[in-house]
Design a protein around this ligand. Structure first.
Ligand SMILES: [Fe+2]
Length: 193
């Protein structure tokens, strides 16, 4: 009994001096970890970083091809496309570091070879459409468990929608000319880029 009383007094003394609170706050400090994106979100964003870099390299290759062939307007157009894709890849990485994840940059395919301007446009359309579908699928997937990333992907869904429309328009326009006639392809390039 005497020992219990002693313990109680000791406990009260500790409480009175605020020693317990101090200890509590120390515990809280180590427990309060910063919010990190979950693994599912990290996996999705890493795949999209890869796609954005793939698009960057595709448009760089297209720029180089057009420059070599002296399609001046198209080469300027694809140069800007390549720059935007790099920005998209950077934006995703910044979003990840904002939420305390250091992104692992995946290896993207870098070899893209072309035989003609129309082939580039069709390739770009296929690539942008694929990316639009991926962002849409990812958004559906994240809607239930990561609303913040769902919102973040909103601007990428918009970017992809516009890219698909842009290349779709170019493909339609290319059907107005005979793509086997070099002069008509040059006319197409001068008119639509
Ligand atoms: Fe992009």
């Amino acid at each position: 009994m005497k020992e219990d009383k002693l313990k109680e007094e000791l406990f009260n003394e500790i409480k009175r001096r605020g020693l317990l609170e101090q200890e509590d706050s120390e515990v809280k400090e180590t427990e309060s970890e910063l919010y990190k994106l979950n693994n599912k979100t990290i996996k999705i964003l890493t795949e999209r970083i890869k796609d954005e870099y793939t698009a960057h390299y595709f448009y760089r290759a297209a720029t180089n091809w057009c420059q070599d062939k002296n399609y001046k307007k198209a080469s300027e157009f694809f140069k800007n496309e390549a720059d935007s894709e790099l920005e998209h890849a950077q934006k995703i990485q910044e979003y990840m570091t904002d939420f305390n994840v250091i992104p692992e940059i995946p290896q993207s395919p870098i070899e893209h070879k072309f035989d003609g301007l129309i082939e580039i446009i069709k390739g770009a359309y296929k690539m942008e459409l694929g990316l639009m579908k991926s962002y849409n699928e990812n958004s559906k997937d994240l809607f239930n468990d990561d609303m913040t990333t769902f919102d973040f992907l909103g601007k990428f869904r918009k970017i992809q929608k516009e890219a698909v429309i842009e290349y779709s328009d170019l493909i339609n326009a290319s059907e107005l000319v005979d793509i086997n006639d070099k002069f008509q392809v040059l006319y197409f390039e001068q008119t639509y880029f």
